[in-house]
Design a protein around this ligand. Structure first.
Ligand code: NDP
Length: 246
């Protein structure tokens, strides 16, 4: 669809789920891809095996986006190994659902730390490098839950709503430097993140989706590639929902 030959792309949480779909779409579009994960070694190894044909343009790194020093070290590595990069996709995210009155304090902080603070760290360090380059694309993966805020997801919905605000604010700060910052908000996408949905709830959600099915990681990836392309030069501070009409 789009040509990313010669471009270097960073994707967090890119070895499984939606991130895997995004990493593979960029690889197929000719990019050099640095994809990251935090703990799941077997998924990372499987991802590497599945993409052996792209070994020359694929780098899989392990670090936790919630650790500022780890994020700093990652960007030092990027500078040393690659000099610079063109695109950052902040995809890593978690959910730890429960009704607010029963929510563990640690579940609140864990979700905020990965889904919001981790993206702040990644953006802060990425922007320094992209500003020097006077070109860049940042795409943050949100969720339609920032708008729907279903019960049991106060932490998740609040983190994703915060991410939209971060996206809009940052987009204004860096617009004159040739950097665009946008948000892609998926609806229900078939990944491990929603494997634990009880059947009854799954049926209820499906009934509410006009397209009557959950989406696939590749369908999110296609939208990310558009926003990451040079062609999307006049789109910034925007939110693109990929949710089957939900
Ligand atoms: P998965 O659970 O399948 O994958 C999550 C990814 O994030 C994994 O690669 C995981 O690494 C990584 N990750 C988790 N915590 C950290 C951390 N602290 N530091 C670095 N990486 C981390 O999730 P999905 O693919 O389903 O979701 C991807 C994004 O899409 C998330 O932001 C999610 O909120 C959003 N989304 C998903 C929807 C869905 O229906 N699936 C709907 C709406 C939004 P590791 O493999 O090591 O665990």
């Amino acid at each position: 669809m789009f040509d990313f030959e010669g471009q270097t792309i960073i994707i967090t949480g890119g070895t499984r789920g939606i991130g895997k779909g995004i990493s593979e779409a960029f690889l197929k579009a000719g990019a050099r891809v640095i994809t990251t994960y935090s703990t799941n070694e077997s998924a990372a190894a499987r991802f590497k095996r599945d993409n052996e044909q792209f070994a020359g343009s694929l780098d899989v790194r392990k670090f936790d986006v919630t650790g500022y020093e780890e994020v700093e070290e990652f960007f030092r590595y990027i500078e040393t190994e690659y000099g610079s990069f063109e695109v950052l996709v902040n995809n890593a995210g978690i959910r730890k659902d429960s009704v607010l009155a029963m929510m563990k304090e640690s579940d609140w902080h864990d979700v905020m730390n990965v889904n919001l603070t981790g993206i702040f760290y990644m953006c802060k360090l990425a922007v320094m490098s992209l500003m020097r380059k006077r070109y860049g694309r940042i795409i943050n993966i949100g969720s339609v839950m920032e708008r729907y805020a279903f019960e049991g997801q106060a932490n998740y919905a609040a983190s994703k709503a915060g991410l939209v605000a971060l996206t809009r604010s940052l987009s204004k700060e860096v617009a004159t430097r040739g950097i665009t910052v946008n948000c892609v908000s998926p609806g229900f996408i078939t990944t491990e993140l929603i494997h634990d949905l009880p059947d009854k709830l799954r049926e209820a959600y499906l009934a509410r989706i006009p397209l009557k099915r959950f989406g696939e990681p590749e369908e999110v990836a296609a939208c990310v590639l558009f926003l990451a392309s040079r062609e999307a030069s006049y789109v910034t501070g925007s939110l693109l929902e990929v949710a089957g009409g939900l």
